[in-house]
Design a protein around this ligand. Structure first.
Ligand code: MN
Length: 193
């Protein structure tokens, strides 16, 4: 069943990552990926999901941010998967829409054991600080496939990439918070996920 803390460490030639999650509904955070804007987004994830989050990453930023961002998605997904176990005892579905100034973004997700990503969020700018905006989709794909989540992220409208990405992260965090709400039954007609 649901354990309250999980920790995953993963080291490759490109990245060295530790993710610790505590499902305490406090949303504390200690995050250092070496990419300021990405830290800002992961902090929003912790605060808005209520999942206390420690993420430490040493990535090959001398190449670019790609390995660091994608691999963080992989390890965060693995840590979520470790918590979710056989995916019983939770509400399973989550749906949330977040406005951020001129942007509006939605997340619908199913903790289904059927990994899938639908991502409809064009980015008007190539970069926000040192963060390549195209990596947003890479991050969420890695996360969805490693956590076993069907994840749909849709931008209704928006002009500023910082706002667009932040609205997506916050919508994801709130939808996840809803979906991991504990229940005392398995929501499946098959009897297993
Ligand atoms: Mn911001």
């Amino acid at each position: 069943m649901l354990q309250k803390t999980t920790e995953i460490c993963r080291k490759t030639k490109e990245t060295d990552i530790t993710v610790k999650l505590s499902f305490d509904n406090k949303g504390t955070y200690e995050i250092n990926t070496g990419i300021g804007f990405f830290d800002h987004m992961l902090t929003a994830f912790a605060v808005h999901s209520g999942i206390s989050t420690t993420i430490k990453v040493k990535g090959d930023l001398f190449v670019d941010a790609h390995h660091t961002v994608e691999d963080t998605g992989i390890v965060l997904g693995q840590a979520l998967s470790a918590y979710l176990g056989d995916k019983s005892g939770i509400k399973r579905y989550g749906n949330f829409t977040i406005p951020m100034d001129e942007s509006l973004a939605s997340c619908s997700l199913d903790i289904s054991n059927r990994p899938y990503l639908v991502f409809n969020a064009p980015m008007p700018e190539a970069k926000v600080g040192e963060f390549d905006t195209a990596l947003t989709e890479e991050f969420f794909r890695a996360l969805a496939f490693n956590a076993g989540i069907t994840l749909h992220l849709n931008l209704q409208y928006g002009k500023n990439s910082h706002h667009i990405i932040e609205a997506l992260f916050k919508a994801f965090a709130h939808a996840l918070k809803e979906a991991i709400t504990e229940t005392d039954f398995l929501l499946s007609t098959k009897g297993a996920l």
